[in-house]
Design a protein around this ligand. Sequence first.
Ligand code: CUA
Length: 358
Amino acid sequence: MKHAPRLALAATVLLAGCAGPQNYMSTGGRAARELADLGWPVLLGFSLVTVVTWGLLFWVALRRRGSFDEHAPAEAGGGQRWILVGGVAIPVAVLSITFIATLGTLSTFPMAHAAMDEPDIRIVGHQWWFDAEYLPGGSICGGDPSQLGSHPASLPQGEQASLIVHSPTEVHIPVGVPVEIEVETHDVIHSFWVPKLHGKVDLVPGLKNRVRVQADAPGVYEGQCGEYCGVEHAQMRLQVIAQTPEDYVKWLNHQREDASVAAAAAQVQAGRQVFENGACILCHTVRGTAAHGLVGPELTHVGARQRIAGGVLANDTANLEAWVTNAQTLKPGSAMPSLRQFTGPELRALVAYLQSLR
Ligand code: CUA
């Protein structure tokens, strides 16, 4: 057993992969469970077929039964039963069972019923970040935890607009409630994929697709774009943060508030000046200020987010400073320019301002 340590290492690496934050076989919600219930038998069944096939190949390769001369004339038509059973009957049976099981799984997904409910959240793909927009007509957008799941009476247009909240790269949902998500794209095809909660659903230009996501337990569910969409495709991530209904409603109501720096320190006030006098406001919105740009992610509560740069970098001082000054090195081709014009004190003030937006 001189290979035992190496086998043990390989098994550890494989099992560590199973515990990964994006393992679709260990699920956190109903939709993902439907997929895993299909995925596990299929994975095991096809693994068995692979083992049997390789076993037969080795058996043929290793057994020697004389030369061609000894067997001349070669037996024509021999082994037809192998082909009929192993090459036709078994594949037809396996693929038919898989096909029927897949149709059963497909029928449990609500994609065909787009008109049924108002969406709760609209997720829009951009090169290369996800925007999440909370829609006031949805069933999880009221201000009362006990009202989650019921649709509010429709509000006048103006009031609706004031309730819309953007939460880029970070999607908050209440646990235990189905959340209707409408997905669309601003530019090219992207794909919404949070493996522990749901399979991939494409964001296609001109189409609105639907996903119904439900998380069983509070926690952070990692996701990412699942469709190649340009050079920074791999750097297009998102997090679904599932919270207790009370925490979720508290978060949502706080998100609806405008940014305020009225009582903030002098450095934060100075940072706001840098932000509003610089190029930042051409692309970003901070509600309650002069910044109304719509190109980049909304920053009204950016200080409270876990990540920046499309979900790639932790939201800390070093990364904020690096992102402002070197976005094109960190994520080449993204719409965020590298802004090198700030002095040291200006940059520190700007970052202090962004961190104050909680
Ligand atoms: Cu967006 Cu890949």
